[in-house]
Design a binder for this molecule. Structure first.
Ligand SMILES: *[C@@H]1O[C@H](CO)[C@@H](O)[C@H](O)[C@H]1NC(C)=O
Ligand SMILES: *[C@@H]1O[C@H](CO)[C@@H](O)[C@H](O)[C@H]1NC(C)=O
Ligand SMILES: *[C@@H]1O[C@H](CO)[C@@H](O)[C@H](O)[C@H]1NC(C)=O
Ligand SMILES: *[C@@H]1O[C@H](CO)[C@@H](O)[C@H](O)[C@H]1NC(C)=O
Length: 506
């Protein structure tokens, strides 16, 4: 740690006395306990990997919104690409595939799609009506395509263009919608492509859009009714936890008539969460997990197609501030409302610090207007500098920096043993946390962690030690911590399962 200058040191001591008492070596908030929370992930904001069965009865479910596809011509042996990433023709001359060679679906229904390229244009035919181009900035002026898979080999596809003809890779730099192919899937048919699905999204947008207005409302209601129920709150409280972090989506603020494809009814479940929290004396950290336009392109922010469009227009920011105002005003009189997290995990590559800082300052004021004492939680950007929000929070009272610590999602963990994973918590995470936990700055919160790792074949005792190490180290965060998540088909990600099976002891 850097040595603080004497003035800050003095202020630090004053604020330590003002805000904390030290007992048994643990830092405690005077009015409030340290947060030991669990996330209620996958409930009011869908994440398919947490409950895959939610997607089971969707027809053609490989082709949901945001499915990212690459196509290799069978005759030319090269990938289709949006030349220059988009704005001009489609070519068939790439030997390897990455961004320009990736096409993202906007689902219309189970068989028809708009298709979006790297620079966000949509595919269509040019004015000759034959050549495939990516020049429309609006899906409405683009084309509608069908993707037909070979029944005994779904990796082979033919793509029907808006004029009813199939696309073909005529030459390396000419892709046209005038195939005379007879649909026999012969190797010499230039309308046959081998397709790779490189990414799927299974979020709230996908599930509601794919089931559509006739089925989605009931399917979501059944999910909300059963995934988290009152007895979960009872269990959480009796397990020694004192709070829940509740991920919510922006559309819940316009319940009961959210914009399509979202379905109405979610708000009453958030109301229930607050009632149950009050009944079982649990604090609520309301976490805006999905903001309009998506702040990170992941399914858990309800991205339609993986692009990040939150913060790129003033409208997305103003809408988000309205959402924060709606939730804060609605729950401020419930004694369980403890903290409002303004946005979860904005991604540094798509959200600039300038835009985010401006939003955080405006969001802080909106919360303060209705809730003078609630904590205001600022999520660090994924991929940003871990200290970059300290100046943003410096003018705020009761501000909290949220960091998410996983021994996952990076190849540095690939070859680590059990002991090395635990050492990483005790040394590296501990140092990272200490570096942002300043005596006169915002509080710190490890708002997501899990006792899962890339180690295979670990014993129950290994998991117990891993979880204990994280509780100890993350227990030094001055606001507290929250496990990701309560329920999950993957046992180690389910705190419910981990506690009930003795893998986590609180
Ligand atoms: C799907 O949408 C397309 C384009 O709007 C329409 O022509 C087609 O009839 C629809 N198909 C189904 C199965 O609803
Ligand atoms: C599609 O475009 C090609 C080239 O103009 C044309 O030959 C073909 O008839 C068109 N197909 C339909 C169904 O309009
Ligand atoms: C692919 O074709 C386009 C258009 O002719 C050309 O500009 C580009 O250089 C070609 N790329 C490769 C890798 O051959
Ligand atoms: C963890 O911290 C130690 C000590 O600072 C350092 O040597 C090591 O490289 C770090 N490990 C990783 C995986 O970054």
């Amino acid at each position: 740690m850097k040595t603080p200058n004497p003035k800050h040191q003095l202020l630090g001591i004053v604020s330590v006395f003002a805000f904390f008492i030290i007992s048994n070596g643990r830092t405690l908030n005077t009015n409030n306990q340290m947060i030991r929370a669990v996330n209620l992930g996958g409930w009011l904001v869908t994440e398919g990997w947490m409950k895959p069965s939610l997607f089971d009865s969707i027809p053609n479910k490989d082709f949901l919104d945001g499915a990212a596809l690459q196509f290799k011509s069978k005759t030319i042996g090269k990938y289709l690409a949006a030349e220059l990433g988009g704005g001009t023709i489609i070519v068939a001359n790439r030997s390897s595939a990455s961004g320009w060679e990736t096409f993202r679906l906007w689902r219309i229904n189970e068989s028809s799609f708009h298709i979006r390229v790297f620079n966000k244009q949509f595919l269509g035919l040019d004015s000759t009506g034959i050549n495939l181009v990516a020049i429309s900035n609006d899906y409405k002026t683009s084309g509608v395509f069908e993707i037909i898979r070979k029944s005994d080999d779904p990796s082979l596809v033919r793509i029907k263009a808006p004029n009813g003809s199939f696309l073909q890779a005529k030459t390396q730099d000419l892709v046209t919608a005038d195939s005379k192919g007879d649909g026999q899937w012969r190797d010499d048919d230039p309308s046959v492509f081998s397709m790779t699905i490189i990414q799927r999204l299974q979020g709230e947008y996908q599930v509601t859009h794919a089931y559509g207005p006739s089925k989605a409302p009931q399917i979501m209601k059944d999910h909300w009714d059963t995934f988290i129920v009152e007895k979960d709150f009872k269990f959480i409280a009796s397990s020694g936890l004192n709070a829940v972090r509740v991920p919510v989506g922006w559309w819940t603020a316009s319940d009961p008539t959210p914009p399509e494809p979202y379905v109405g009814g979610s708000l009453q479940y958030l109301d229930k969460a607050f009632l149950w929290a009050k009944k079982y004396n649990l604090k609520v950290i309301l976490d805006l997990h999905a903001a309009p336009g998506s702040q990170n392109g992941f399914e858990h922010s309800s991205s339609r197609d993986g692009f990040i469009e939150w913060g790129q227009t003033d409208e997305t920011i103003l809408e988000t501030l309205r959402v924060i105002e709606f939730f804060t005003a609605r729950y401020t009189n419930n004694p369980s409302l403890y903290a409002v997290e303004l946005i979860n995990e904005p991604l540094a590559s798509g959200v600039s610090l300038t835009v985010l800082a401006k939003y955080y300052e405006a969001g802080y004021k909106v919360v303060r207007k209705h809730a003078p004492n609630a904590f205001v939680v600022l999520s660090n950007r994924i991929g940003g500098d871990s200290k970059e929000l300290l100046p943003v929070a410096s003018g705020m009272t009761n501000a909290v920096i949220d960091v998410h610590y996983y021994n996952l999602f990076s190849d540095i963990f690939d070859a680590m043993t059990v002991e090395q994973n635990i050492d990483f918590i005790r040394t590296n995470r501990s140092n990272e946390l200490q570096a942002i936990t300043t005596s006169n700055g915002p509080l710190t919160f490890v708002g997501e962690w899990v006792a899962e790792w890339q180690v295979r074949g670990a014993s129950k005792e290994d998991f117990q030690r891993f979880s204990k190490a994280q509780q100890e180290v993350f227990g030094r965060a001055s606001f507290g911590w929250a496990y990701w998540s309560l329920k999950n088909v993957n046992n180690h990600w389910s705190m419910d399962w981990m506690i009930k099976n003795g893998y986590i002891t609180l």
